[in-house]
Structures are given as structure tokens and as C-alpha cells.
Design a protein around this ligand. Structure first.
Ligand code: AMP
Length: 284
């Protein structure tokens, strides 16, 4: 039977009992409106640890657009039942004041370097400090042995690696592959906000990323990037915020194909007012 905790102290006293029994703890932080992408993380955690804690918390500190925060899909009851069917043992569902008791919560003081300035960082100022803040808070509360993150939010994964390194958190970070719909669209809670028409054309983004893979080094880096942007924006329903071919370790733009084994394309595209992100390694 799944157990839902809303309060930190109750969750911690349960986890303490599990630790006494030498049970290892896996942690999957989410913002809810769960789909197969989230469930793949839950399953991985269930297979690698004794007890899986899934948090559902729409973190106000990581939203730089108030409308995005307001319209973010919320379905806690459905989420709990989906988690129960998947075999997840614990859901942590705190209110904002439980996570941030202060009137004006401060973001963590940590240097994310250029990770905070490129790609998502450039267009969502303060977003990653908000993410780092909530993850640090969750790690302090749950103290997981392992925590599971999707490559769908690839830059976030690099931010989390940096956080655990800088703050010396002893949790193992486990990256998990992107789960896609049958038509290639990367699963995302925000897909729920697409109209039927938008949902029909949304897979075009991943189709173009796949075509970039096919084209490989037949075009110079810059030309391949421009080709992809043009292809997507040929349909005026799409607005490309960025599409970059980067080194997957540093996220700096790739100049040429010399280190092509590290080439990754990362993009953020607006379809109507829904912002979709996706990424793909080009030579894997
Ligand atoms: P979110 O609820 O969007 O904050 O996502 C919670 C976790 O699920 C993050 O680690 C995401 O990277 C991961 N995730 C979201 N969508 C997918 C997906 N399509 N495939 C794999 N992981 C995902």
C-alpha cells in the first residue's frame, strides 16, 4: 500500500525506520501530472533500491513565468494512483509553506558557472538556481542513496551533478533515457496543454532532430543547425527559441565535427504558448 506524506517530520520518521532496517532509499523528484517518462524513473529506482520516494511539488522558485506556474497541470489524485500501480512505496506531497517556511525564500547561493547562462539558462534566468534550491532541500529531507533524473531535462541533469559535487552530497545521481510517444514526441506534462491540432504537429520537432542525425557530418555544424531551424520555422505555428549543437559535457557550441562523439542538439520550441524542449545525441 502506497503511503502519502505531506509533512517533513512524518516522512523523516518513516525513512529513519527504513534506514534502521538497512533499506536503501531511491528518490524521484517530480512536478506531477505523471506520464511514462516519470514512471520509467520510478521503475529504475524500484529495481535499484529497496524503497522509492516520489515527490510531487510544483516548485514556484523555478518558474520565471507566472503564467507557466499558474497553468502547470496538477493531478495529485491521479498521480498517486498511477504511482501505487507502479509499486512506488512513498509519495511526498508537500505544500509550498512546508518546503519554504520563510516568507520570501532565498535561492541557494551556489555558482552554476556558464550552465546558468547558456541554452535554458539564457532564456529562463534564475530557473536553475530555483531547481538547485529545491533539490538541495529535498536531498536534505530524504537523504536518498540514489536519485533518478531524466535526460529529457539534460541541462538540469548537469546542474544536479554540479550541485552534488559542490555541496558534497553523498547521493548517487542516476541519469535515465528520454521516453517518447510512439510518434517521437518527448513525453512532458506540458504536452497536456497542447490543442489537438498542436499535438498533431508537435512530433515534427523530434523528426527534425532525427533527420539531423541522419545528415550527420554531410553539412558543417553551423549549416546543419540553420537547416534544422529553417525546417521547423517553415511552419509558422512553431517559434524556435533556440536550437544549438553543443558539446554534451560542457554545453558550449560545437564549432566543427572534430569532437563529434560529443555532439548533442538541444532545442526549445514554442508551439502556441506551450514551450517544448527536446535533445538528442547526434552520433550515438
Ligand atoms: P518534471 O515533473 O517535469 O519536473 O520531471 C521530473 C523528472 O522526470 C525529471 O528528472 C525529468 O527529466 C524526468 N522526465 C520528464 N519527462 C521525461 C521523459 N519524457 N523521459 C524521461 N524522463 C523524463
Amino acid at each position: 500500500m502506497i503511503k502519502v506524506y505531506n509533512h517533513i517530520t512524518e516522512l523523516q520518521s518513516r525513512l529513519q525506520k527504513e534506514r534502521v532496517k538497512k533499506h536503501t532509499i531511491g528518490f524521484v523528484p517530480t512536478m506531477g501530472a505523471l506520464h511514462e517518462g516519470h514512471l520509467s524513473l520510478i521503475r529504475k529506482s524500484l529495481s535499484e533500491t529497496d524503497l522509492t520516494v516520489c515527490s510531487i511539488f510544483v516548485n514556484p522558485l523555478q518558474f520565471n513565468n507566472p503564467r507557466d506556474l499558474e497553468t502547470y497541470p496538477r493531478k495529485p489524485e491521479q498521480d498517486i494512483s498511477v504511482l501505487e500501480s507502479a509499486g512506488c512505496q512513498i509519495v511526498f506531497l508537500p505544500e509550498v509553506k512546508e518546503m519554504y517556511p520563510e516568507k520570501e525564500p532565498q535561492k541557494l547561493n551556489i555558482d552554476l558557472g556558464h550552465l546558468d547562462k547558456v541554452l535554458e539558462g539564457k532564456y529562463r534566468p534564475g530557473h536553475f538556481l530555483g531547481v538547485a534550491t529545491v533539490i538541495k532541500r529535498f536531498f536534505d529531507i530524504v537523504q536518498p542513496d540514489k536519485a533518478f533524473f531524466g535526460k529529457k531535462d539534460y541541462q538540469q541533469l548537469l546542474v544536479i551533478h554540479r550541485l552534488v559535487e559542490q555541496v558534497k552530497i553523498p547521493t548517487e545521481i542516476v541519469p535515465c533515457p528520454i521516453i517518447r510517444e510512439a510518434d517521437g514526441l518527448a513525453m512532458s506534462s506540458r504536452n497536456l496543454r497542447l490543442t489537438i491540432g498542436e499535438r498533431t504537429i508537435a512530433p515534427f520537432i523530434s523528426q527534425i532532430l532525427n533527420k539531423m542525425k541522419e545528415k550527420g557530418t554531410s553539412l558543417p555544424v553551423r549549416e546543419l543547425k540553420n537547416w534544422a531551424i529553417k525546417k521547423i520555422t517553415d511552419n509558422p505555428a512553431f517559434h524556435v527559441e533556440y536550437l544549438e549543437i553543443v558539446d554534451k559535457d560542457t554545453l558550449y557550441p560545437l564549432e566543427n565535427w572534430k569532437s563529434k562523439s560529443k555532439a548533442m542538439v538541444c532545442t526549445a520550441v514554442y508551439l502556441g504558448d506551450v514551450r517544448l524542449i527536446d535533445n538528442m545525441e547526434l552520433f550515438s
